[in-house]
Ligand binder design. Structure first.
Ligand code: GLA
Length: 437
């Protein structure tokens, strides 16, 4: 009964307010699973139920993964009333049944469509049917919509995604809105008003070069990410077989550092212990899910060897050493210097803030990378008190204030010297968390 009244309240609020995005649905990057990377069009009710079961039995749910998202190919046509028709052979009981099943497991249900006339696999898109489809999704119990850009021809991206945002709002069910226009129209500049995450690049493939080149493209985007609006470098390939164990560890670490959505894309019912140890590395996940919600920035870039820093709540930080080259590297790492990096949080949010977006902070490092943190903010850049810093530059801490934890070895470092040589094999990372003593 109580739930009924809450639903009525949400609905009344939705119809009486000007359309906007549902806020607060993705305070930390969304976590879940999506069918595309592994199964492509081979989706069915049976498969999705199996994945939901495996999400629970494997421990993925306990590790924080929540959404089960069916990507392209669940839809076949529209009926005479314009209603989207679910493939009756592959989904014999329809979507409401599947949503109920997923919800009964304590998970959430996601679906896919496109802003254009067709999806990328030439199934019917939502163009011209936005409000009808949004009502349908709400009726089925959808919690997450990935909205693609195929079949969009000359459509305006921001307007098209805003239309679906408004349709979802009017339909009255809070649905995470995942913008998937491949970074073609600078979605980081308008995405936070419209949705909760936005793809920043074309599709990932299951190999090192694809993964690392997508990662590179995130370098200048940190200031656009934050609670309720995340850069999305695409779904995870961990466990799909095209990279080595070490490369998958790197892939996962980098996505955690980027505060990227963690959407697994492998067969959850058939995971090796290695795959599980990566996807369920809870210490790495905690870095990704940190409440400060700041994406890592590059502190040093030196011939394929990079240092990335992600500020965390409570003036803690995660530091990732990356060897993206094909040669072994031995690097002198100065932990005192890393401990002393002070972070200023400055985050871009569209100036109008019409969509209930609040301005909260992106990372700016202390010297040497971006010493200009004290400069006046550019238009549209809001500087707000980052959590725990009281709006000031964070206090100067030193190595003595922290213990340093290796997030893959799962143990604290014992440093004999403040500067230590660290060996990094090709394509590998070390991730350290600086934890306040
Ligand atoms: C596009 C998207 C992918 C996937 C496919 C499905 O390529 O970027 O993530 O959804 O469409 O057809």
């Amino acid at each position: 009964m109580k739930r009924f009244f809450i639903s009525v309240l949400v609905l009344l609020t939705a119809v009486s307010l000007p359309a906007q995005k549902f806020t607060g649905l993705a305070k930390t990057p969304p976590m879940g699973w999506n069918s595309w990377n592994k199964f492509h069009c081979d989706v069915s009710e049976e498969l999705i139920m199996k994945m939901a079961d495996a999400m629970v039995s494997s421990g993925m749910k306990d590790a924080g993964y929540e959404y089960i998202v069916i990507d392209d190919c669940w839809q076949v046509s529209r009926d005479e009333n314009g209603e989207i028709v679910v493939d009756p052979e592959r989904f014999p009981h329809g979507m409401k049944y599947l949503a109920d099943y997923i919800h009964s497991k304590g998970l959430k249900f996601g679906i896919y469509s496109s802003a254009g006339t067709v999806t990328c696999q030439r199934r019917p898109g939502s163009r011209g049917y936005e409000f009808q489809d949004a009502r349908t999704y709400a009726r089925w119990g959808v919690d997450y919509l990935k909205y693609d850009w195929c079949g969009s021809s000359t459509q305006n991206a921001k307007a098209s995604y805003t239309l679906m945002r408004d349709a979802l709002f009017k339909a009255g069910r809070p649905i995470v809105f995942s913008i998937c226009e491949w970074g073609s129209n600078n979605p980081w500049e308008w995405g936070a008003e419209v949705g909760h995450l936005w793809r920043t690049t074309g599709d990932i493939s299951d190999n090192w070069n694809s993964m690392i080149s997508i990662f590179e493209k995130q370098k200048d985007l940190a200031r656009y990410a934050g609670p309720d609006g995340w850069n999305d470098p695409d779904m995870l390939e961990v466990g799909n077989g095209g990279m080595t164990y070490e490369e998958y560890k790197t892939h996962f670490s980098l996505w955690c550092m980027l505060a990227a959505p963690l959407i697994a894309g492998n067969d959850l019912s058939n995971m090796t212990p290695e795959t599980k140890s990566i996807l369920m590395n809870k210490e790495m996940i905690a870095v990704n899910q940190d409440t400060l919600g700041v994406q890592a920035t590059c502190y040093r870039d030196d011939y394929g060897y990079q240092i990335w820093v992600k500020p965390l709540a409570n003036n803690e930080k995660a530091v990732c050493l990356l060897n993206r080259s094909d040669e072994k590297k031995s690097i002198l790492v100065n932990f005192e210097e890393l401990a002393r990096i002070r972070t200023m949080v400055r985050r871009f949010r569209p100036p109008t803030g019409t969509a209930g977006t609040s301005a909260t902070g992106a990372a700016r490092m202390g010297p040497p990378a971006q010493a200009g943190a004290a400069g006046a903010p550019a238009p549209g850049v809001a500087v707000t008190p980052p959590q725990g810093f009281g709006g000031q530059r964070p206090p100067q801490l030193t190595l003595a204030d922290y213990r340093i934890r290796d997030l893959w070895e799962h143990k604290d470092l014992t440093l004999k010297e403040t500067s230590v040589y660290i060996e990094l094999l090709p394509h590998t990372v070390k991730v350290y968390k600086f934890i306040r003593k």
